[in-house]
Structure formats: structure tokens, C-alpha cells
Design a protein around this ligand. Sequence first.
Ligand code: HEC
Length: 138
Amino acid sequence: MFLVSGCREEFVQGRRLYEAKCAGCHMHDGTGLNGITPPLVGTERSYLDELPCIIQFGMFDTLQINGSTYTDFMLGFPELTSVEISNISNYIAFRLLNVKQPKYSPVSVQLRLDSCMKWRKPSPVDPKKDTIRMFQSI
Ligand code: HEC
């Protein structure tokens, strides 16, 4: 099952996008950078329902994960389509979290994105300035 889905085109796109857009901060295996960027694996948090919204609109919270505090923010990826977001999300679910069944479809992702209005509030930071600060801190 895993190998079959692993060969499908959308899975390949999900992996490629994860490597290009996420792995630089969350690492290839999703383990994160302790105290800077949170791990996506081995945590008790379940972010899977929120994942499409986090990818599209970013995250501006303070997180407590496995004894570390994460105060930095993550900018969203407004350029990604619901198809691309569902492919990245399925890649994370299958490959990093070993979820057995396909979880996301472009339609379910679009519904989720339409409903997550609270994520659409304008970013509380100046993205240009603070992105530079953030990359310097890494
Ligand atoms: C520039 C670094 C950076 C990039 C690139 C990045 N993230 Fe993040 N991500 C963060 C930071 C920092 C946080 C913590 C945000 C906070 O504390 O509000 C975070 C939080 C998250 C969370 C929440 C984890 C939890 O336990 O609630 C998820 C899920 C996530 N990112 C997924 C992704 C995905 C998927 C991508 C690629 C599409 C991505 N991130 C790209 C830095 C990044």
C-alpha cells in the first residue's frame, strides 16, 4: 500500500514540495530544530486538522512541545494551491507520521481553507524585516 501510493504522481509532488518549502526549517525527517522550529514527528500534538491552514496562512503562536518553547513564527505559503497543499499534507501524514489511509483531498483541503477564517488575520509582524531576523537567528 505504501509503496503503491509512494509511486503516485501526487505523492512525488508532495515530497518535492516538502523538500523545497518545509525541510529547510523542519528538517527532511520532520525532527525540527530544537527550540527554533518545532518537530512535526514524535510530538503529542495533533496538528493534522489544522495542517492545510498552517501551510497556507502560517502560524503566529507560542508552542510548548516536548519540553521546548517555540516563540518564532512561520509565514504562510499563499502561492500554493489546494492540490499542492493536499499533496504536501498527505506526504507528511504518510511518510512522516505513518498514517495509513489517505487523509486529504483537494476538495477537503479547500473546504478546510474556506473555514479557517481565524488564520486569515493579517500577519502581526512585518514579514520582510522579521524573515531576515528569523533566518539570521537560525
Ligand atoms: C522559515 C522556517 C519555516 C518554514 C520554511 C516552514 N515552517 Fe512550519 N513552522 C516554523 C515555526 C518557527 C513554527 C512555530 C510557529 C509558532 O510557534 O507559532 C512552525 C510551525 C509549524 C507547524 C505546527 C506544529 C505544531 O505542532 O503545531 C506545522 C504543522 C508546520 N510548521 C508545517 C510546515 C510545513 C508543512 C511547511 C512547508 C509547507 C513549513 N512548516 C515551513 C518554521 C517554518
